[in-house]
Design a protein around this ligand. Structure first.
Ligand code: SF4
Length: 300
């Protein structure tokens, strides 16, 4: 199957209509902002300058970023600060659980910066955050979006043993672009992590996300879909890469919403249980609905 021909939009052209969002500021948005500030918590929504923050926070959805706000890697597409991280904060899991309770979340997404400076990559803090959240908010579904832990299998197992509902690890881009976009990552290592997860805990849904607009070819994206299905991944998100600042990797082109619809059809034809595909889709965008759809499909 091929993607429908659509007009090529030059990177320097004004942002297309479909990427324009309303400025945040609703009452609920301000309430969440207050909770995060009071508890000294970080969110990827803010750190990564996510365009959906107004909508997600208005609906009470936020992605917690644990293990500090300084990443030990410097991926070319990512707006999160990088450098030497601060000391580990052992009380962070409890504060995250507290915030999830205060926000009365039914589906919480927890991610982190990369912590290659720690022997376990921060897996213990992930596991502890899952455990504390389970204890404090028993009805809340927990999705973790984890780093690759440099391929350390015991770190992945420590997170899975804590019992998240969804194990998410983003593949981000096609293998050819890893060196440019994700120099600290390895495509086979990310695939291996997803494959290990489904083998170790088949009941925990595995999920991943890919950005388009970094210069990939459609055939390469389809190959990634096939690799992901071979690794047993069930849920896939596909979104538009947006360059956070002029010092980040260039955005090669905008994809039209029709192209996202085509990508979704192609991915579904490969066997994913649920695919969320659109210009503003991020791995945690509508995460609640994605997990609902997965549960529905797998309970039949
Ligand atoms: S899509 Fe994810 S990162 Fe963006 S605002 Fe929503 S929850 Fe936060």
């Amino acid at each position: 199957m091929t993607v429908s021909p659509v007009e090529f939009v030059r990177p320097r052209a004004p942002k297309p209509e479909w990427l324009k969002v309303r400025a945040p500021g609703s009452e609920n948005y301000l309430r969440l902002k207050g909770i995060m500030q009071d508890l000294h918590l970080h969110t990827v929504c803010e750190e990564a300058r996510c365009p959906n923050i107004g909508e997600c926070w208005h609906h009470g959805t936020a992605t917690f970023m644990i293990l500090g706000d300084v990443c030990t890697r410097a991926c070319a597409y990512c707006a999160v600060s990088h450098g030497k991280p601060h000391e580990l904060d052992a009380a962070e899991p409890e504060r995250v659980a507290d915030a999830i309770g205060k926000m009365a979340l039914k589906h919480a997404v927890i991610t982190s910066v990369d912590r290659d400076d720690l022997p376990d990559g921060g897996a213990f803090i992930f596991a502890e955050t899952i455990r504390q959240t389970r204890a404090r908010v028993p009805g809340c579904r927990i999705e973790v979006l984890i780093p690759d832990f440099q391929g350390i299998e015991s770190s992945l197992r420590a997170v899975l043993d804590a019992g998240p509902d969804v194990l998410n690890h983003n593949i981000e881009t096609v293998p050819r672009l890893y060196r440019m976009a994700r120099s600290g990552g390895r495509y086979p290592r990310s695939l291996e992590l997803l494959d290990r997860s489904r083998n170790y805990t088949p009941a925990i849904a595995t999920k991943t996300g890919i950005m388009v607009g970094l210069g990939e070819e459609i055939d390469e994206v389809v190959s990634v879909f096939e690799d992901l299905r071979a690794a047993g991944v069930s849920i896939l998100t596909i979104g538009q890469y947006l360059r956070p600042t002029p010092t980040h990797a260039p955005m090669v082109r905008y994809y039209h919403p029709d192209e996202f619809a085509d990508l979704k059809r192609m991915a579904l034809s490969k066997g994913f249980v649920h695919v969320e595909s659109g210009p503003l889709v991020r791995s945690s965008y509508h995460a609640h609905e994605q997990a609902d759809a997965f549960e529905l499909a797998t309970s039949r």
